[in-house]
Design a protein around this ligand. Structure first.
Ligand code: SF4
Length: 274
């Protein structure tokens, strides 16, 4: 099963390489029987994918994980996208009891206490709902790109997700940020207003800041942690290790969460640096 999955993913990646975005999606829908799921974060890469999926009118389900802590701008672009394409994005929300227990134990922003607490929060707000979203899926579409961070540098067009027993499809893996911006602009695709305010990567509001000029695209996500730990658990290949709160001494956590002065970094400035 595992060897067959690895082989199928490799063959799929090779075939996808010669196709444009809509062709890549069609290829996956033609080759992989069963349930196909795209989990959108409503970020700019995922908006490009939603556009292509909506135009193809294929059989891939478009779903999102509403953590309950998203930016207002994310809900705005969600609404705008459904109206623009005449679609409904299926929502998966955190389990009520898990959320209530976490907040009772750690506090409403308790994810700032430690890496373990942060991972616990991402666990019930993102990872567990993702599991339900992907239940029974044969393939999982993502908007991952190799250029987003060092952690994602080896992202292939398709890979075997042996833990979940499915093929993970990353049709934008070889696109640059400039490619994404051009595609979104040329096709009048709705996108999150925060992207124009220095946020190349957008997650939950309390865990995302604008990036400084020259910083990695995901530097604004959980910026107080070491870079190797800056994933929420949705796209990890191996279990997380020990706690690694970076440069934050006990009692000084608040300072580590201050917004940088560069929040107004312009999109044009960032483009020049990509
Ligand atoms: S990104 Fe922050 S608020 Fe969102 S689930 Fe993870 S720890 Fe919780």
């Amino acid at each position: 099963m595992t060897a067959a999955l690895v082989r199928a993913a490799r063959d799929l990646a090779e075939a996808m390489a010669g196709q444009d975005l809509r062709g890549r999606i069609r290829l996956v829908e033609d080759r992989i029987p069963g349930r196909l799921v795209f989990t959108t974060s409503l970020g700019i890469e995922d908006q490009a994918l939603t556009h292509a999926l909506a135009l193809n009118k294929g059989r891939t389900e478009i779903v999102t994980l509403d953590t309950g802590r998203l930016f207002p701008e994310t809900y705005d672009v969600w609404t705008e996208t459904e109206a623009a394409y005449g679609i409904r994005i299926r929502v998966y929300a955190p389990e009520r009891v898990a959320e209530e227990d976490f907040v009772a134990r750690e506090g409403i922003n308790g994810f700032r206490h430690s890496v373990a607490a942060r991972q616990a929060c991402c666990g019930f707000r993102k990872v567990e709902p993702l599991g339900r979203a992907l239940d029974g899926a044969a393939a999982w579409f993502t908007g991952l790109r190799a250029g987003q961070s060092a952690n994602r540098a080896d992202t292939p067009l398709a890979e075997a997700d042996e833990g979940r027993g499915l093929i993970k499809v990353n049709p934008l893996a070889d696109w640059s940020r400039a490619d994404i911006d051009r595609f979104v602009h040329d096709n009048f695709i709705p996108y999150n207003a925060l992207h124009d305010r220095g946020f190349p990567s957008i997650g939950c509001a309390p865990c995302t800041r604008a990036v400084k000029i020259g910083e990695d695209e995901r530097a604004g996500r959980w910026w107080w942690e070491q870079e190797s730990k800056r994933e929420c658990g949705l796209h990890l290949h191996a279990p997380e290790g020990e706690e690694t709160l970076k440069d934050v001494a006990p009692g000084q956590e608040a300072a580590a969460f201050e917004e940088p002065a560069s929040a107004a970094t312009s999109r044009e400035q960032r483009r020049e640096l990509v």
